[in-house]
Structures are given as C-alpha cells and as structure tokens.
Design a protein. Structure first.
Length: 158
C-alpha cells in the first residue's frame, strides 16, 4: 500500500483550514455518538470547545455535519490515525492528547445519567474512551488531576 501524505488525507476528509482543530474534536464526536444520538449537553460541550478554539465558519459547517449525522467508522479511524501520526511527528503534544481524552470523558459525562450522579458514562462510551487512550498510546491520563492512570479507566468512569 502506497503512503499518502498527511495533507492529502486531511484534504480527502474535507477538513479545510481548521483541520487540526477538527481532528482534535473528532474523538469527542465519536464518543458523543456512542449511544446513537448526540444529546444536547454533549453537543453544547463540543461546541464550547470549538468556540474556545476560534473555529472558522467553514470549520463550524464540518462540525455541524458531524453533529447531525454520525461520521462513518472508517472516517473516524482515518481521523484517529492522523492524530496519532501527527503526535508521532511531534505536531500534536502529549498534553494535547491527554486533553482530548479528558474532553472525551467530559462529553460522555455531559449526558447526565440518572439524576446526573449515577451511571453518567455508559459502557459504550467507556469502551470508546479506553480505545482512544490506547490508540494515542496513553501511559498516564490525568483524568481528574489526581494522577489516575488509564489502566484504571473502568473504575474512574463509574
């Protein structure tokens, strides 16, 4: 299989000028769609992250598309692979990868569960967050600034 340069793969994904920001949002989108619906609180959290990063109008259109229709598994995998490759090249810092994982957890918690206290993260969301952590070669994810390693993810998300 021939190697396709990163810029061509980004272009093929239709990410435009906000490619890096959108790639960083894609794991959050993936977690939001874990239960086949993006809840209002999840959407609001993701939009808040995008707004804080000064997303352009074009980037907002891409994000809106992702929030309206779930990206395919193949599309998400391409994006995740790009993030990992950018990190391996040093273009995405380990701190940024940890931030993505923390934000993914916050998206999962946003939907509330039972009275916003019990079962706030469902098993599908837990599984996706664990996959994201492993994909990004996370060795230690500071979930709540208490130093909880990713191996304790299952307990930390309960």
């Amino acid at each position: 299989m021939a190697y396709t340069p990163i810029n061509e793969r980004i272009e093929d994904m239709g990410l435009g000028e906000d490619a890096e920001l959108l790639l960083m949002l894609l794991p959050l989108i993936h977690v939001a769609w874990a239960d086949d619906v993006v809840h209002t609180a999840e959407m609001n959290y993701i939009r808040g992250v995008a707004d804080a990063s000064n997303i352009s109008a074009q980037g907002q259109q891409v994000l809106d598309g992702w929030l309206e229709t779930t990206p395919t598994g193949e599309y998400v995998q391409k994006g995740m692979d790009l993030i990992r490759e950018l990190a391996q090249r040093g273009d995405v810092s380990p701190d940024k990868l940890q931030e993505i994982i923390r934000d993914s957890k916050k998206v999962a918690e946003a939907s509330g569960g039972l009275f916003n206290t019990l079962y706030t993260v469902n098993p599908a969301e837990k599984s996706l967050i664990a996959e994201i952590a492993v994909l990004f070669c996370a060795q230690s994810i500071d979930w709540d600034q208490s130093g909880v390693p990713w191996q304790e993810l299952e307990e930390g998300l309960d």
